[in-house]
Design a protein around this ligand. Structure first.
Ligand code: PEP
Ligand code: MN
Length: 358
C-alpha cells in the first residue's frame, strides 16, 4: 500500500504533527476555552471525543452531535482543524455533515472488522485524512487488516496511532507501548505516517513528556495529546489530561533529532553490525548442526528429545552470564527460548526422517 499525505492545507511537515484537545467534548464553554488556549500556543489540529466507547453502560458516553456544532464554532473562531473519533456509519455521516476535517478510529473499534468495514464503506469517495489507532490487543495483522479495509475503499490519506496495548501484566503504563509493532508496520509501509498517543499509553500526566520523546526518537510523524482547560474536572480520562500550557512545555522540551544523512562514523558502525549479525548467523547454524547430531544420538539411544533438567540449567546459567555481560537476563531467556524451540524442531526433523526411512 502507498499512502498519501495526511497533512491539511497550511500545515507543514515539520515533526511532530500535533493533534491536541480534550478526551471528550463536554460543554460549549470547555470546547471553546480549550480550543482558544491551544490555538494561542500554535496548535493547528483540535481533537475531541463526541461519542465515547465506555466499558460499562451508564458512564459518560459523549455529548453526541451537539458537540460537533461547538467544534465548528471553535474552528470558525480559531482556524484550527477539527478531528473526532467515529465508530459507526451514523457517526461518520454526522461528522462529515458538520464538516469535521480528520477522523480517527478508536482502539476498540479497530479490533472489530465488521465495524471497520462499515466505516470504510461509508467513507467511500471521501477525501479527508483518517487515522487508525492500534487495536486494543497487540495483533499487527488486525491493524494491517483495518488499514487494508479503508485502503480498499479508496481512502489513501491514512495514518496510524500507537496508543499502547492492553496487557494483563502490571506495568506503569495502562496500555503498554510495544514500539516494535508500529516499527514493523512502518517497515512494511514506509509511506504510512505513524503518530504516538502518550496520553492513552501512560494514562498519567507525568509520563507524557517521556513517551512523547520516545515517539520522536523513533521518528514518529506526530503526537496526539489529550489537553483540557481544567484537567482535574474532566468528565473522562482526567488523570492523563494536561492543560494547554503544560502541553506547550512538553512540546518545547522535546528534542527532535531529524533524520540526517548517514555520517561516516555511523556507516562504519553499521558495517560492524552487519558483520556481527553475519557471525551470529554462522554461530547459530553451527549450534543447529550440533543439535541435529544430538538428535541422531538420542535416536540411536532411544532417548526423548526434551530433557527438561538440562534446558532449565541452560536458561538459568546463561541468564546469569548475560547479566554479568551487561545484558538483561530476560532478554537472553527470550533469545534462548527461541533458539531452543528451533533446536527441538531440528531434532524432530531428524527423528521424522529416520522414521520415514524405516
Ligand atoms: C480517545 O482517544 O479518547 C480514545 C477513546 O482512545 P482509545 O481508542 O485509544 O482508547
Ligand atoms: Mn481519552
Amino acid at each position: 500500500m502507498e499512502f498519501e499525505s495526511i497533512l491539511l492545507p497550511n500545515i507543514d511537515d515539520k515533526r511532530p504533527l500535533v493533534i491536541a484537545g480534550p478526551c471528550s467534548a463536554e460543554t460549549e464553554e470547555q470546547v471553546m476555552t480549550t480550543a482558544r488556549q491551544l490555538a494561542e500556543n500554535g496548535v493547528k489540529i483540535f481533537r475531541a471525543g463526541v461519542w465515547k466507547p465506555r466499558t460499562k453502560p451508564g458512564g459518560f458516553e459523549g455529548v453526541g452531535s451537539p458537540a460537533l456544532k461547538w467544534m465548528m464554532e471553535a474552528k470558525k473562531e480559531t482556524g484550527m482543524y477539527m478531528s473526532t473519533e467515529v465508530a459507526t456509519e451514523k457517526h461518520v455521516y454526522e461528522a462529515l455533515k458538520y464538516g469535521i476535517d480528520m477522523l480517527w478510529i478508536g482502539a476498540r473499534t479497530a479490533a472489530n472488522p465488521f465495524a471497520v468495514q462499515e466505516i470504510a464503506d461509508t467513507l467511500k469517495g471521501v477525501n479527508i485524512p483518517i487515522l487508525i489507532k492500534n487495536p486494543v490487543n497487540p495483533d499487527l495483522e488486525l491493524w494491517v487488516g483495518a488499514l487494508e479495509r479503508l485502503y480498499n475503499a479508496g481512502i489513501k490519506r491514512l495514518g496510524v496511532i500507537h496508543r499502547g496495548f492492553s496487557t494483563p501484566d502490571k506495568t506503569i503504563y495502562r496500555n503498554l507501548p510495544q514500539w516494535h509493532i508500529p516499527i514493523e508496520l512502518k517497515r512494511r509501509f514506509p509511506t504510512l505516517p505513524v503518530i504516538g498517543d502518550p496520553s492513552h499509553m501512560g494514562c498519567a500526566r507525568n509520563l507524557i513528556l517521556k513517551l512523547s520523546q520516545q515517539a520522536m526518537d523513533l521518528n514518529f510523524s506526530g503526537l496526539i495529546i489529550e489537553t483540557h482547560c481544567s484537567p482535574d474536572e474532566a468528565w473522562s480520562d482526567k488523570e492523563q489530561q494536561i492543560t494547554p500550557a503544560a502541553l506547550k512545555e512538553v512540546l518545547d522540551n522535546l528534542v527532535i533529532r531529524d533524520a540526517v544523512q548517514t555520517t561516516e562514523d555511523l556507516s562504519v558502525l553499521r558495517e560492524q553490525i552487519d558483520d556481527l549479525d553475519n557471525d551470529l548467523l554462522q554461530l547459530l547454524a553451527k549450534r543447529m548442526r550440533v543439535s541435529r547430531e544430538i538428535g541422531h544420538y538420542k535416536l540411536e539411544h532411544d532417548m526423548p528429545i526434551l530433557q527438561t533438567h538440562r534446558y532449565d540449567h541452560i536458561l538459568t546459567d546463561r541468564a546469569g552470564q548475560a547479566e554479568r555481560m551487561e545484558m538483561s537476563g530476560d532478554f537472553i531467556k527470550q533469545v534462548l527460548e527461541a533458539i531452543h524451540s528451533e533446536s527441538v524442531r531440528q531434532q524432530m526433523v531428524v527423528m521424522e526422517r529416520a522414521k520415514s526411512m524405516k
